[in-house]
Design a protein around this ligand. Structure first.
Ligand SMILES: Nc1nc2c(ncn2[C@@H]2O[C@H](COP(=O)(O)OP(=O)(O)OP(=O)(O)O)[C@@H](O)[C@H]2O)c(=O)[nH]1
Length: 414
């Protein structure tokens, strides 16, 4: 009986196991699809097991993609501070266009000495009036003539020229029996004019020669007024219808190039400059080249011309000349002399005439001396014509020199 129950118990056990299994399988839960209507999940049959990758929760969407009510941030939202107002795009300040310097129209040169005569008469008042006073004495004895002589010497005419002038005057007065003040005055004027050699060629050698610009070298001791005179000469040339290039070959004094550039810009001339302390000959060469390329009439070259010693000066000016002459001959070498240096300036001037082929003198600062006789002394001592005279610091206070106008101003003619 006991043996008969064993299979029955096995069957019952199997049935219970089968029932339990069926129960567990049919219970909704992990690994089975929810009872969703058919067709909602294409590709997956209801009840089909879903591989873990498919059932893995979808990666959390970025908050921004969630619907507004779902996008609850886990942390308190940091309300960004209102951004500072974007800077207003303002265009960088535009510097006002640099005003081109107004091109000046220099005064014509004709009659400049006449215009400046008042200035000359003022500075030479004592000299001219003194001479005339002596000559108008009732009796022109030896003492009177001695005084005339002294007066001329103290006006820087120079001893030799004075002796010659007085000797001629005495002779003519005696021969002509001249007594009237007017006659004596005109005799004196004639002799002074004659002493200035009115037949000398005082024109500046400017303008195009053989298709190339003329080249003017400007030399002289420091402070005589070279740079200023270069600027003024440029104005004289421009006033007379020339085109000009200025070469700043005074590389020794830094301000000289700047000074020259200012002069140039005022009359619309071009300036060529080099580095401070650079080779003056290189600047001179470039200036002439520029003048040729630009087709101007005249190239003016300012030099330093330091009078350190004769050899140094000769080397510097000689090199400038040689280098410039690779383009063509130098047309003119102007020596700038300071009239206020008087006779002392003459020995320095002689050094320049020995090292450079000086063709003309520019006598500056005549307005600053009562000794206008220096014009006669310079010409006589150097044998070179005074071509231009400086009568002030104004841009047009440089005049072509004319002996009879000069003497007339000296003697205080109206
Ligand atoms: N009163 C008067 N002053 C003048 C005249 N010419 C030049 N000057 C002045 O003289 C000073 C010297 O002139 P610059 O042209 O600088 O002399 P520089 O010879 O070039 O001098 P360095 O470059 O040092 O060799 C300046 O103050 C000029 O204004 C003139 O005719 N009359």
């Amino acid at each position: 009986m006991k043996d008969a129950l064993v299979p029955v118990l096995i069957v019952i056990g199997l049935l219970l196991l089968a029932g339990l299994t069926l129960f567990l399988v049919r219970r909704p839960g992990r690994g089975t699809l929810p009872q969703a209507p058919e067709g909602e999940r294409p590709g997956i049959e209801r009840g089909e097991k879903i591989p873990p990758s498919v059932i893995a929760p979808p990666a959390e969407k970025p908050a921004a993609e969630k619907a507004p009510e779902q996008a609850v941030p886990s942390k308190p939202a940091v309300v960004p501070a209102p951004a500072p107002p974007a800077p207003v795009e303002t265009a960088p300040p535009v510097a006002p266009p640099k005003a081109e310097p107004e091109i000046e129209k220099p005064e014509p040169t004709a009659g400049r000495l006449v215009r400046l005569r008042a200035r000359l008469s003022r500075s030479q008042n004592v000299f001219g009036k003194g001479l005339l006073g002596l000559l108008s004495r009732d009796h022109l004895d030896d003492d009177a003539w001695d005084e005339v002589e002294e007066s001329l010497i103290s006006a820087d005419v120079g001893v030799q020229a004075t002796t010659e002038i007085v000797a001629k005057l005495r002779e003519r007065t005696r021969v002509l029996g001249t007594r009237s003040t007017a006659d004596l005055r005109s005799l004196l004027a004639e002799e002074l004019t004659e002493a200035l050699d009115p037949k000398l060629d005082r024109s500046l050698h400017t303008g195009v020669m053989d298709g190339k610009p003329s080249v003017i070298l400007v030399v002289g001791v420091n402070g005589a007024g070279k740079t200023t005179s270069c600027g003024k000469i440029a104005r004289v040339l421009v006033a007379d219808g020339h085109t000009v290039v200025l070469g700043a070959a005074d590389t020794f004094r830094a301000a000289a190039a700047e000074q020259l550039a200012t002069w140039a810009s005022r009359v619309g001339a071009q300036v060529v400059r080099g580095p401070e302390g650079g080779d003056p000959a290189a600047v001179a060469f470039d200036a002439v080249k520029k003048g040729i390329d630009a087709g101007v009439d005249t190239v003016l070259i300012d030099t330093a011309g330091r009078l350190q010693n004769k050899v140094g000066l000769m080397d510097e000016l000689g090199k400038i000349k040689r280098v410039v002459e690779k383009h063509g001959p130098v047309s003119e070498t102007l020596l700038v002399l300071d009239a206020t240096a008087g006779q002392n300036g003459l020995s320095q001037a002689r050094v320049f005439t020995e090292v450079a082929d000086v063709t003309g003198v520019v006598l500056t600062k005549l307005d600053g001396t009562a000794k206008g006789g220096i014009v006669i002394a310079v010409q006589r001592a150097l044998g070179i014509p005074v071509k231009l005279v400086g009568l002030g610091e104004g841009p047009d206070d440089l005049a072509p020199f004319d002996p009879s106008q000069f003497v007339s101003a000296l003697l205080g003619d109206e």
